[in-house]
Design a protein around this ligand. Structure first.
Ligand code: GRF
Length: 226
């Protein structure tokens, strides 16, 4: 297998990698990303925020930041439509933004094989646990129930499974005895908000490659754990 570059091109300050952030919730990760992109002149830019629900805080945050938003709901004209129909509309509305990378940040839907085949190695996700441990929608709850003392966050490529794609980078976060879901989530988010802009920068620099041996990040070795 030849080495495959994640993201597709090496970006420049004048032509940053054009990202669409998909979300379904509070959008704190999107906001942290946009702040990092603006304050540090990064090689990636959030050109649009895509939500699958109205009335969520993430949309308010995007509007306050002046980032264009698209809301494409699953239900349409009073009925539910298929995942593929929903995604087709997202892609059609997204066209004018010339998106190069889809960045999932609390997007609570699985993308279909059809979507992913068009966007191979160009969809990333952040998950609030140290994958492969505790995938799924209730990571913090399950971490606490397991009584482990260590959790983390993970940035990975998206495949058809639930949080199963190739891991690009991870951070470790301690779990304290008196944690509840809210304190743990807040501590993990601090690391998430640092890690995501960093990994997107590696991608935009053209440093992230998939090889037979797994993932290679030029200038580092293997998936990044810290
Ligand atoms: C984050 O913890 C992220 O890891 C997970 O969903 C949460 C989104 O939080 N996928 P927010 O909407 O960015 O505040």
């Amino acid at each position: 297998m030849d080495s495959i570059s994640v993201g597709g091109r090496t970006a420049t300050v004048d032509e940053p990698l054009r990202c669409a952030v998909f979300l379904s919730g509070s959008g704190s990760g999107m906001e942290a990303l946009v702040h990092a992109q603006r304050n540090q002149t990064l090689l990636h830019q959030t050109v649009v925020v895509v939500a699958n629900k109205t009335g969520i805080e993430g949309l308010e945050r995007a509007r306050r930041l002046g980032v264009p938003t698209l809301v494409v709901e699953q239900n349409h004209e009073g009925g539910s439509r298929s995942r593929e129909e929903h995604e087709a509309e997202i892609l059609s509305q997204m066209k004018e933004y010339n998106v190069e990378l889809v960045v999932l940040a609390g997007y609570m839907r699985l993308l279909s094989p059809l979507f992913l085949s068009d966007w191979t190695n160009r969809v990333v996700n952040i998950h609030p646990s140290f994958l492969p441990h505790f995938p799924g929608a209730h990571a913090h709850r399950e971490v606490l129930a397991s009584q482990t003392t260590i959790t983390g966050c993970t940035v990975h490529l998206v495949d058809e499974g639930m949080d199963t794609g190739t891991i690009l980078a991870q951070r470790i976060v301690p779990v304290f005895k008196d944690d509840d879901e809210s304190t743990l989530s807040a501590r993990v988010k601090v690391e998430e908000h640092r890690l995501y802009p960093q990994v997107l920068t590696w991608i935009a620099e053209g440093r992230v490659h998939l090889t037979e041996g797994g993932v290679s990040i030029v200038g580092a070795e293997g998936p990044q754990v810290g």
